[in-house]
Design a protein around this ligand. Structure first.
Ligand code: KG4
Ligand code: ZN
Length: 365
């Protein structure tokens, strides 16, 4: 971060099914303090449908947003007069929800005369590990959540190069769909991790996608189909546990294998400096995934970093921090900043290589 005066930023996140607001303060030297981080989850509203319903999400954001912002300010013991800027997720995500949070941020910016920062949600995940510890640029990032699965060389604020991404489903989506096939509640990732405890991952053989192939891309659709088929024929609780353990191990193995390849490419490009691996996004909360990545990082001489658990899944503290870093560099947005359902971090790569954006969710990445 640029050495600037102290900044206090209000962040707003509404791109999926969490309505979130947070206040983050930077000391101008790279240290950050989360003064508050409020997340109102809509999980219960979506649970009957087994996934996020965009229309329900947008309406819930409208109802919750004012109260969530008020709570974030109250917990930080600050008024809007003491905020230096307001940052909101402007995409990618469900457009109805994004518009609610971005409009709220614009209203505050206009009313208080403070700068607005329209933040890319993925940039928020990219900086999220910096909420827990000072972490300099550059670093290699595995961003792995319900809608995204990609490897990025992050060289600075807004400077990302994509090294690989999923060619079909995101890893979190695979966790969620397979968990549903196992009869677990939405969101499936944490439930599947709990079921996998004590299971035998070797009882079921699952497909190994893309292993041995060149490149750092991911694929989870074959695993998803195979596991869902196996789940339908299970007789005992022990079998369910073993299948959950096998699925978790297969996802962790693929994430670690492709990240290991990306580490080699990244280390070459870096000439051996800046060897830091960061994992972020909801799936970064998974213990088996973290352990597999940590082992690969250590084997290649990388330091390993992951956000505190509460900042792995969607939150507004990461959006406030991304906004703060941009503000410190003078990168505020206009009040006409659009809400963007799709917004790749590495726009050049997305244009050059559109085969990486197939599918319902992959397109967001
Ligand atoms: O980052 P996030 O909150 O939302 C997106 O931007 O997508 O990630 C949510 C995803 C869901 O797919 C959820 O099942 C997964 O992260 N997830 C987990 C765990 N906690 C959340 N997956 C595996 N193990 C977990 N412990
Ligand atoms: Zn997210």
């Amino acid at each position: 971060m640029a050495r600037q005066h102290r900044l206090t930023v209000l962040g707003i996140e509404t791109s999926c099914d969490e309505t979130a607001a947070a206040v983050v303060r930077g000391d101008g030297e790279g240290a950050v303090q989360v003064l508050s981080s409020v997340v109102a989850s809509q999980i219960e509203a979506h649970r009957p449908y087994g996934g996020v319903v965009p229309e329900i999400a947008a309406r819930a954001h409208v109802e919750l947003i004012d109260g969530v912002i008020a709570r974030a300010l109250a917990e930080a013991a600050l008024s809007l007069r003491e905020i230096d800027g307001v940052a909101a997720t402007a995409g990618p995500g469900l457009i109805g929800g994004v518009m609610v949070g971005l409009s709220a941020a614009k209203a505050i910016a206009l009313a208080r005369g403070v700068p607005l920062v329209a933040v890319n949600h993925l940039e928020g995940h990219a900086v999220s590990a910096r909420l827990g510890e000072p972490l300099p640029y550059p670093f290699l990032l595995l961003l792995v959540s319900g809608g995204h699965c990609q490897l990025l060389a992050v060289r600075g604020v807004g400077a990302c190069e994509r090294l690989g991404s999923t060619i079909d489903d995101a890893a979190g989506e695979a966790f969620d769909k397979i968990a549903a096939a196992l009869g677990l509640p939405y969101p499936g990732g944490p439930a599947l991790e709990a079921l996998a405890q004590g299971g035998d991952p070797s009882r079921f053989a699952l497909p190994r996608a893309l292993l041995g192939r060149e490149g750092c891309d991911f694929s989870f659709s074959g695993l998803k189909t195979a596991a869902a088929r196996l789940a339908a024929g299970l007789a005992s609780e022990a079998e369910r546990r073993d299948l959950a353990a096998a699925v978790q191990a297969a996802i962790a193995r693929q994430l670690a294998a492709q990240t290991a390849k990306a580490m080699r490419l990244y280390a070459q490009a870096q000439g051996g400096s800046g060897l830091r691996l960061v994992v972020a996004g909801g799936v970064a909360a998974n213990g088996a995934v973290r352990a597999a990545l940590r082992a690969e990082a250590e084997a290649q001489g990388f330091s390993f970093h992951a956000p505190p658990l509460r900042y792995c899944t969607d939150n507004a503290a990461m959006i406030a921090l991304a906004g703060l870093e941009r503000l410190a560099l003078g990168l505020a947005s206009g009040l006409d900043a659009p809400a963007r359902p799709r917004w790749p971090l590495d726009e050049a790569a997305a244009r050059r290589d559109p085969i990486h954006v197939p599918g319902r969710k992959g397109a967001k990445a």
